[in-house]
Design a protein around this ligand. Structure first.
Ligand SMILES: Nc1ncnc2c1ncn2[C@@H]1O[C@H](COP(=O)(O)OP(=O)(O)OP(=O)(O)O)[C@@H](O)[C@H]1O
Ligand SMILES: C[C@@](O)(CCO)CC(=O)[O-]
Ligand SMILES: [Mg+2]
Length: 340
């Protein structure tokens, strides 16, 4: 039995960080994906281990199922329909499993991703032997939501064959989840994100799961669909960063300067709300404004077409990496019976 999933990365247009503290943020999916392929071993495979292959980093991990089963102090065999947070005891068990892997120092950032994998896998699938292969078009740790798309794609693949979701297993090609199933995928992904990020707002996994452009505040989302195909120039400065540390830093500043930060977050909230209302009502009432917008849009499209190429060439000549990404595309999808 095999299933493949893919989940998009994201870009936050307004409200990054402030969204963790309750401000509204606006985010869009981008058409760069993390792919997960899950292959359950059959008795004829004579395989009794869980394997995780991280293609980008050329790392492969393998755990005998007996080792995983023995590691967990509390049973992780829960109902896949009920997303649960990783308890302190289970987190310790996972940390021990990850430590045994001796991940090279330069790739230690992956430990949190492997931990999230172990939690999602053991919670949703229990102790079944399988091989999971992860590939990603997203740079890791660069603000494009690689951790969320990793968790969403994982949750989608892991849930696909469970009774907790209802999918047409005979469907050919990419298939979207229904509303309730998507909600479940998103909730499990959020549990994975908590392991990677510490205190995520949930916006990254939500936009990765649902796709399109969303306005998000304290777990509530409003969908927006752009009527025109938008492209965004994204530059990877290749300056290392860790979202968990950045989020913690903002939290500490909030504790040091609560009054000031309350104003900052309120201002960000207003910015996001204004952007939301503009995006939600793209056609202004006055004809003259509509005409103006059409003209500006056409001019901008033409302008970007040439300027973007020059900017990309210049940035890349400085050693930066650029991605041209379509934004606002669909969310997580699933595909059955794909051979690896
Ligand atoms: N394809 C992947 N394979 C393995 N681990 C991954 C993968 N993608 C993300 N991760 C995990 O997520 C971590 C990066 O998450 P982090 O939240 O710091 O950055 P990001 O999600 O790319 O950016 P942001 O959250 O700011 O949008 C990696 O260090 C790794 O632990
Ligand atoms: C920095 C942050 O706002 C977005 C991370 O991509 C954190 C979060 O919302 O969880
Ligand atoms: Mg992240």
């Amino acid at each position: 039995m095999e299933v493949k999933s893919r989940a998009p990365g994201k870009i936050i247009l307004t409200g990054e960080h402030a969204v963790v503290h309750g401000s509204t943020a606006v985010a869009s999916s981008i058409d760069l994906y993390t792919y997960v392929s899950l292959h359950f071993s059959t008795p004829s495979d004579n395989e009794d281990s869980l394997k995780l292959k991280l293609q980008e980093t050329a790392l492969e991990f393998s755990w005998p199922i007996t080792r995983i089963r023995a590691a967990f102090p509390e049973s992780t065999a829960q109902l896949s329909s009920t997303p649960n947070s990783c308890s302190v005891e289970n987190a310790k068990a996972i940390a021990a499993l990850v430590e045994e892997l001796n991940i090279p120092e330069a790739k230690l950032g992956l430990a949190s991703g492997v931990s999230a994998f172990l939690w999602l896998y053991s919670s949703i699938q229990g102790f079944k032997p399988a091989t999971v292969v992860v590939t990603s078009e997203l740079p890791l740790g660069s603000g494009l939501g690689s951790s969320a798309s990793f968790c969403v794609a994982l949750a989608a693949a892991l849930l696909a064959y469970t009774d907790s979701v209802s999918l047409d297993l005979k469907h050919q090609g990419w298939l979207s989840f229904g509303e309730k199933d998507l909600e479940l995928v998103n909730k499990w992904a959020f549990e994975g994100e908590k392991i990677i990020h510490g205190k995520p707002s949930g916006i990254d996994n939500t936009v990765s799961a649902y796709g399109n452009i969303i306005s998000f505040k304290s777990g509530n989302l409003t969908h927006m669909k752009s009527s025109v195909p938008l492209k965004m120039l994204i530059t990877n400065t290749k300056v290392g960063r860790n979202t968990k540390a950045l989020v913690a830093g903002v939290g500490e500043r909030m504790l040091r300067h609560p009054d000031i930060m309350a104003f900052v977050f309120s201002a960000v909230d207003s910015i996001s709300n204004e952007l939301t209302s503009i995006l939600k009502s793209p056609t202004p009432d006055e004809l003259s404004v509509t005409e103006k917008e059409e003209k500006i849009e056409e001019l901008m499209e033409m302008n970007q077409g040439t300027v973007v190429d020059k900017v990309v060439a210049e940035l890349e000549s400085c050693g930066f990496q650029c991605f041209i990404a379509g934004i606002g595309g669909g969310g997580v999808e699933i595909s059955f019976g794909v051979s690896s």
